[in-house]
Design a protein around this ligand. Structure first.
Ligand code: SF4
Length: 346
């Protein structure tokens, strides 16, 4: 038995081809997309601008499936962590981070992750599978439905579970739906892809979609980055920084480098100096994040004085270096703490 395709996995072009194949007008694809994304339709019955027999035919050959919200945890700081269940029983997590008048949605692109970054809870579980485009965009549509009133979701960061560029095709397809007028209508300036450093894919992304880029850096030299982030053995810092220099950021926006400070490992004044030299000449900002300890983690949070001294060295060298407050620490929703495990919601 073949499973009917999930219509939410299709690009506009794929849906147009399917509809033309049924002998219907191509523009019907846009109408369906609008019902799905702007209209929030979850059944063909709701798509009342389409003829009844056409809706039945579509229902006969496709299905409409989104991830389902299984549980929600709310942090003391207002951050919400949502556990989603997928059709095959896997779980993934998204995080809603409160801003002054908006939410930022941090979404996942894979169930688990193969990149094995040593400081990351997701990396410990290995890769279960890539998410489908519908499972990536579906987190946003479900989060929107969860926040119907009050502040809206303005920013989307692909920084949850998984390495977005290791699920490249589905991530790009999802970004096209997130940013198109027939889809969710987000500005590409409001979307950020975060990568551990798959240099060739960074170049490809720059050519295909114009979104903000964040690099999870975490070490100022290859020696330590090789240990902390095994991806560095394949794409060392020189190659990564070259790809960053060539990346066409939207407008005059800055690249972001995320740097998780770990006590005694990468947080010394000498490390800050080295980092400043590494990034010299790049139009970038640095997000400094104190390591979020989790049960069984090998690394420790640095002392506040060490963090301030590190930041000051970068500021003195005219970098924009922001100390990021970690949101949702009490519910394991902060950077590197997502596991997609139902038990972490118990
Ligand atoms: S930090 Fe990101 S890329 Fe690295 S293991 Fe965790 S989820 Fe994967």
């Amino acid at each position: 038995m073949t499973t009917k395709p999930n219509i939410r996995d299709l690009s506009l072009e794929e849906l147009e081809a399917l509809i033309v194949g049924l002998g219907k007008e191509k523009y019907r694809a846009r109408q369906i997309m609008k019902w799905l994304y702007a209209g929030g339709a979850t059944t063909f019955a709701e798509m009342t601008t389409l003829a009844r027999d056409f809706r039945s035919r579509m229902e006969g050959i496709t299905r409409i499936v989104e991830p389902a919200i299984d549980r929600i945890l709310v942090s003391q700081d207002g951050t919400k962590k949502l556990l989603f269940s997928l059709e095959d029983g896997l779980f993934i997590e998204s995080v809603l981070i409160p801003g002054r008048n908006h939410w930022t949605a941090c979404i996942s692109t894979q169930a688990g992750c193969a990149m094995e970054c040593r400081f990351c809870l997701t990396g410990r579980q290995g890769l279960k599978r890539n998410l489908q485009p519908s499972e990536i965009t579906g987190q946003v549509t479900m989060l929107r439905r969860h926040t119907p009133e009050g502040p809206q979701i303005k920013n989307i960061v692909l920084m949850g579970m998984g390495e977005p560029l290791a699920n490249y095709n589905h991530t790009v397809k999802a970004i096209r739906i997130l940013t198109s007028d027939f889809g969710l209508g987000f500005s590409s300036r409001k979307i950020t892809v975060s990568t551990c450093g798959l240099a060739p894919k960074i170049a490809q992304l720059g050519k295909e979609v114009c979104v903000n880029l964040a690099i999870s850096l975490n070490a100022p030299d290859n020696e330590r980055r090789d240990v902390l982030m095994p991806v560095n053995r394949k794409y060392p810092l020189e190659e990564l920084i070259r790809a960053c220099r060539d990346y066409p950021m939207p407008g005059r926006r800055m690249l972001t480098f995320e740097y998780i400070l770990m006590a005694g490992l990468n947080d010394s004044p000498a490390d800050a100096e080295k980092l400043a030299r590494l990034l010299r000449g790049l139009h970038c900002k640095l997000n400094l994040i104190a390591f979020n300890e989790f049960p069984g983690s090998d690394y420790r949070t640095p002392a506040p004085e060490a963090i301030s001294a590190f930041q000051q060295i970068l500021l003195d060298r005219h970098y924009t270096a922001i100390l990021r407050a970690s949101h949702g620490r009490d519910i394991l929703a902060a950077c590197g703490q997502l596991s997609g495990h139902a038990p972490s919601f118990a």
